[in-house]
Write a protein that binds this ligand. Sequence first.
Ligand code: PMP
Length: 430
Amino acid sequence: MKYTRSSALFANAEQVIPGGVNSPVRAFKAVGGTPIFIKEAKGAYLIDEDDNTFIDYINSWGPMILGHAYQPVVDAIIEKAKLGTSFGAPTEIETEIAALAVSMVPNIDKIRFVNSGTEACMSAVRLARGYTGKEKIIKFAGCYHGHSDSFLIQAGSGAVTFGSPNSPGVTNGTAQDTLLAKYNDIDHVKSIIEANPNDIACIILEPVAGNMGCVPPQANFLQKLRALCDEHNILLVFDEVMTGFRLARGGAQELFNVKADIVCFGKVIGGGLPVGAFAASEEIMNYLAPLGPVYQAGTLSGNPLAMAAGLAMLKALESDAEIFNRLAEKTEYLHKGITKVLNDHKIVHTINRVGSMISVHFSGTPVVDFETSAKGNNENFKTFFHGMLNQGVYIAPSAFETWFITDALTYEDLDKTINAVHKVASTLQK
Ligand code: PMP
């Protein structure tokens, strides 16, 4: 494959955009080489500026559950745009999508829309602090909740890919209020709570982590967190930016049958447009301005184009009773296929999967938290990434990311992907 035009475009971008990208992990820095510039996408495929076609497993980092340029979403955006693109005043469609989201997700009465997952998580934590009157939060090493200051403490995803899980620019004061726990280690969480009695407003986590590769919660981990939160008057915040409307209609709360106090959404809820949201019981949500004292706002929040795209997306997910099973079956097929090929080639690996989230770790030990995820063979990951790309399969350019399966993928696409792994496997270290 040739990447001539992408290389030229990247060189131009580097002149005027830091690192040539508007979000770091796009830069391919962790894997080397030049990022491919995308011209268009349809269904399961991306086409780059050199006219190469790729099967896409990034899917805009999650939201494209139904594939790219899904017709009802595109049509909804076009129709809305004809009526004006932003008013900074209420519109009927905001209530429509809010009501649909509330009906799909358990344990929430009210929802507020923002513009990104970062904003959703940042606002959720402010609300938790305002509601409980407490200041500290617990987050887990390797979980990513966006780039707001409180979360750039041992953050996963791009932050750790670039070696800055604790970013300069975050003050010591802010860092002190974020307490760091080990994912899947309930005793560690307990010890932190005991060391900070009556200080902790909330525990925030990805109920299935997707930012240290895919790391599922171990048996009853979420239930035990729920019990600890109840015991100590702490709010449990599920960051469902990746898992929401992907693992089940009601997200991880439904899949694991655990109640969160506040739930954060992003990406999916905007059908690929810039949207996030956070939601909770009426009692908690009524703490927000203009009803309550916790301030939170946004000029473009509830933007009509974003709401139209999101509504079309949620309606499609809501009305398709089989979609989440179909996604899980496709992912399981891929899991089995890749496992067989890597085993045949005697490549040390671990594959983690929940629903339609999956990641391949070049590590022989179970990957259950950030520490075990970081033990993977990064040289093998780099070779794997470029090998797959050259075979026309686009996976995230970092070992700390998850692959997202879309309903647009056919079994033929999955077979092509497994065949690509077969070709690449012979180039990997055993
Ligand atoms: N939370 C999680 C779990 C995420 O994966 C992300 C982004 N990948 C965010 C929050 C931040 O979302 P955004 O990039 O839209 O700000």
